[in-house]
Design a protein. Structure first.
Lengths: 754, 160
């Protein structure tokens, strides 16, 4: 992957660094020490005695239930004498189901009865909780050991307490369903918690507790409904935008429609006179798209008053350094480069691709184009901030709560220990909320105002000021030998750069990634076009676009050789072996076989129907998918069924994991079918959902999900089911019609949803 | 500013707002009912759907004054009581429908209106009734299944 030393100092560079951190699962904010025992916790928090309860005094429910006799072996678990088991979920819930999955992992090792568990959102304190970010599908793999140990420590303590009470060896006691047993004697966890006031047993060290064997799991792998479902369906306040504080005001923040523009002047006096407006002022910002760009803040008595005032706001923007990006121009320049087999920079070469192509029995060339797309989470960016008592406090639907501490500290010039962040549920993330620009903006407004301020972006602002999934272009040449075997692959990737220091965030690819190590003669090169429009990680960054190119082109080559696609793909995988970055060709072959078997690969289909296969490895997940489509003579397409086969190791919550795959398929289909962001003169041309038509109910496919629950360590599932979707559908379109889609979205080639 | 009389979830309320304020912001900012969500502001996404005299409306694009005197039902008023959920809410939980959950209040209100007039809806009925609702997370398959389950519960005598 990219070399960190080349990153530079631009906002995009910090984004690329963030992506590397997220994908590596490494820490960002001050979180070097992750020890869960009582002594370390006390040391880190500088608290003693009852201070241990601090971590649990967050939610009102937990606060009310805190009692001195509760048993709290570490920061994650507190067992009340009533038998209720309070578990803190440390990371951001953005719709990926982690607020249910994290506590399940703890509860499994704790041998807790799930109905005894009450889940609360943890305060943001990475020194205590470790990683508190949601990105890269890293939540499960990075927290698996930590959370299991947290549960096991608590179980071990409960057993020790019961054993001490009974005066028997702890080894003779067993735990299960929130009860410790010895022979015919039983003690419930609540009763044991009450004992802890009088009995003293040491808190075991996390590294010394024994974890359960997989065969003894009672919770993990089962289907559990989301712990916040009841609140969601009854409309209880949950999301960032739902925050209400006493005396709170409402704000909007208007930035230049072309990124990089500065405020020359604005009709602030007029705006301030409007009904319901409290204040209006210019914020210079620090010029970083990931922090604070220049703009005008309006503070008002209601969101509506702020939105109305925004309509009356007139800003004279200085656009001398603003983006002039034009998608039409960039696409034209890319097309002109299509004939160049090799780009400005060769990223990697294996064998002799030019010679192998020249000598191939068949050569296939193709030019693939995919557009920029927006994250468009349904909850627009928003944040509530309050500057009070020497601190700046936030209520934020962020994906990177830990990292945000540092970001807002730097952007606002406030020491990091004077920043407090409360993480709220987020109405969708998809990578957008890895960046905390909206937090910095809200903080900057709050610093200039005497009351708490809730800043909400309009949908139009949300679409205009995104960190878009980068569009891109691939000029490909592939070769097969007389036996129909793939022998050569050359990809000239035409992509973008913000600063000349390598591709823009999310717009890079590497020769070590598939199929770089699977083709004997291979070359990947790139040419960088200059870009100012911010780009960033979008669900399964890089893979979300490039898997479509790679897996479509493999099918092109299979078809050119008259080969069955499944056989060809398995042949490309070759012998089972581990390749770079955790990719294993044997696991790949297994999911390819499973998906095709479940989809009835090779069966006879009605006229106008087709099956399409694609595989992709990303975010530690191996996924193969088979799409079944129908296409009529007017190019109206229906995705009838998508069979998903994945290997992400053992499943934590089957319902949640399947939901992520179902959503990944809908998201992938929605995006490849009709979504694109274009810009002219630096301005994003789409403003709201009428121009950015997300898939609706009538077009959703039947999604069928199968997991191979291998013994590999469990990994995340928010992202890896998405990348194979678009190529599987395009390959199915080819099977149905003989038409090869090389430009996305599909609407560009005349397709529409049936 | 003016006193706008509203009947919300069976309770008469007076909101001191500009009568042209969309109902959405009166609910959220003035009355503290934040279950109804802001998604687009242009009646495109359905997140702000509430019922006015039983019919689904987009609260983001309906002025408060225009629904004064009508019987407004929001997600907070969907359950028949504190202890008893609407069959749709039960089904939503059983099918584990929500991912992020942001659109679900609007989806539920549209589904409630659908079941009021079509107690046994077909897939096509559901697609039509919920056509104006976006779910960015893609929970459509589960929404449809949950509506069928709820219809079954109601047919068996569940509270509507």
């Amino acid at each position: 992957m990219n070399a960190r030393q080349d990153l530079g100092t631009s906002a995009d560079a910090s984004l690329r660094e963030l992506m590397l951190d997220i994908e590596a699962g490494t820490a960002s904010a001050p979180m070097h020490v992750v020890r869960l025992d009582r002594r370390s916790f006390l040391k880190l928090t500088g608290l003693a005695g009852g201070g241990l309860m601090l971590a649990f005094s967050y939610g009102p429910q937990a606060q009310a239930a805190v009692s001195k006799s509760d048993l709290s072996p570490n920061a994650f678990v507190r067992i009340s004498t009533s038998g209720k088991i309070f578990i803190l979920s440390k990371g951001p819930e953005i719709g990926q189901g982690i607020k249910t999955a994290f506590p399940l992992i703890i509860a499994e090792e704790l041998d807790a009865k799930w109905s005894d568990v009450v889940v609360e959102q943890a305060p943001v304190n990475p020194a205590v909780f470790g990683r508190q970010s949601a990105g890269g599908s890293r939540s499960i793999p990075d927290s698996w050991d930590q959370l299991r140990k947290a549960g096991a420590v608590a179980r071990s303590m409960l057993i020790s307490l019961a054993a001490a009470k009974w005066k028997v060896p702890a080894a003779e006691c067993t735990a299960g369903n929130s009860v410790v047993s010895h022979g015919k004697r039983n003690l419930g966890y609540g009763a044991i918690a009450a004992l802890s006031a009088t009995l003293n047993v040491p808190v075991p060290k996390p590294e010394e507790v024994k974890l359960k064997d997989r065969k003894d799991w009672k919770l993990l792998g089962g289907s559990f409904t989301g712990v916040d479902n009841r609140k969601v369906v009854t409309g209880a306040p949950l999301f960032g935008i739902d925050q209400v504080l006493p005396g709170m005001k409402y704000a909007v923040y208007e930035k230049c429609p072309a990124v990089g523009g500065k405020v020359r002047s604005a009709n602030l006096d007029e705006v301030k006179k409007l009904s319901g407006v409290r204040d209006a002022f210019v914020i210079e910002g620090n010029g970083k798209t990931t922090e604070i760009m220049p703009g005008v803040a309006i503070v008002a008595d209601s969101t509506w008053a702020a939105f109305e005032a925004r309509k009356a706001l007139r800003v004279d923007w200085d656009e001398s350094n603003a983006s002039k990006d034009s998608w039409r121009d960039l696409a034209g320049r890319a097309k002109a480069l299509a004939g160049k087999p090799t780009g400005d920079k060769v990223l990697g070469t294996t064998g002799t691709p030019d010679a192998a192509l020249a000598g191939a029995a068949k050569q296939v060339t193709a030019f693939y184009t995919y557009p920029f797309v927006s994250h468009a989470p349904l909850e627009p960016q928003n944040c509530t901030a309050w500057s009070h008592d020497g601190i700046v406090e936030f209520w934020a639907p962020t994906q990177t709560a830990d990292r945000a501490l540092q970001t807002v500290s730097e952007a606002l010039g406030v020491p990091v220990d004077k920043v407090k962040i409360n993480q709220t549920r987020a109405g969708g993330g998809f990578g957008r909320r890895l960046m905390n620009d909206y937090m910095c903006e809200a903080g900057a407004i709050a610093q200039r105002y005497s009351a708490p301020v809730k800043m909400v972006w309009t949908r139009e602002q949300d679409m205009a000021h995104d960190f878009f999934r980068a569009g891109g272009f691939h000029s490909l040449t592939g070769g097969i030998d007389a036996a129909g075997k793939l022998v050569a692959w050359r990809d000239h990737f035409i992509t973008f750069s913000q600063d000349g220091n390598g591709p823009s965030s999310g717009a890079d690819w590497s020769p070590t990634l598939f199929p770089g190590e699977n083709v004997p003669n291979f070359q990947l090169s790139h040419t960088l076009l200059p870009l100012k429009t911010p780009t960033g990680p979008w669900r399964a960054p890089r893979s979300c676009s490039i898997a479509w190119v790679i897996q479509s082109f493999i099918h092109e080559l299979a078809a050119a050789g008259g080969r069955d696609h499944r056989d060809f793909l398995l042949e490309v995988m070759g012998e089972p072996r581990a390749l770079a970055g955790g990719f294993h060709t044997g696991r790949a072959a297994d999911v390819i076989k499973l998906a095709t078997e479940k989809a009835g690969w090779g069966r006879k289909l009605p006229e106008g129907h087709g099956l399409g296969l694609a595989f992709h490895y990303s975010h530690a997940g191996h996924f193969a998918e088979v799409a079944e489509v129908s296409v009529d003579k007017d190019k109206r397409i229906k995705l009838l069924r998508m069979v998903v086969a994945g290997d992400i190791g053992p499943i934590v919550n089957m319902s949640g994991a399947k939901n992520q795959c179902e959503g990944g398929v809908v998201d992938g289909f929605s995006t490849m079918l009709g979504l694109e962001i274009t810009m002219e003169n630096g301005r994003i041309e789409q403003s709201n959902f009428h121009q950015y038509p997300l898939l609706r109910m009538a077009s959703h496919p039947a999604v069928e999900v199968h997991f191979i629950q291998s013994d590999h360590p469990p990994t995340g599932v928010g992202e890896p089911a998405l990348p194979p979707v678009a190529p599987a559908i395009c390959n199915a379109i080819y099977a149905a019609t003989g038409h090869r889609v090389r430009t996305l979205p599909l609407t560009k080639e005349g397709f529409s949803a049936a | 500013m003016a006193a706008v009389k509203l009947r919300i979830n069976g309770k008469d309320q007076v909101a001191d707002v500009d009568p042209n304020t969309p109902l959405l912001w009166v609910l959220r900012d003035t009355l503290g009912l934040v279950g109804t969500k802001f998604g687009c502001g242009m009646a495109l996404c359905g997140a702000c759907t509430v019922l006015a005299n039983g019919a689904p409306i987009r609260a983001c694009s309906t002025t408060a004054a225009s629904v004064s005197g009508q019987d407004i039902r929001t997600i907070e008023g969907l359950a028949p009581s504190e202890s008893k959920l609407h069959p749709l809410q039960e089904a939503w939980i059983e099918h584990d429908v929500p991912q992020c959950g942001y659109c679900q209040a609007g989806q539920l209100m549209a589904a409630a209106a659908l079941l009021e007039r079509t107690p046994k809806p077909t897939d096509a009925d559901i697609d039509t009734a919920l056509a104006g609702h976006l779910c960015r997370c893609g929970t459509y398959q589960r929404i449809r299944a949950a509506i069928h389950t709820a219809a079954g519960k109601i047919a068996k005598g569940g509270v509507r």
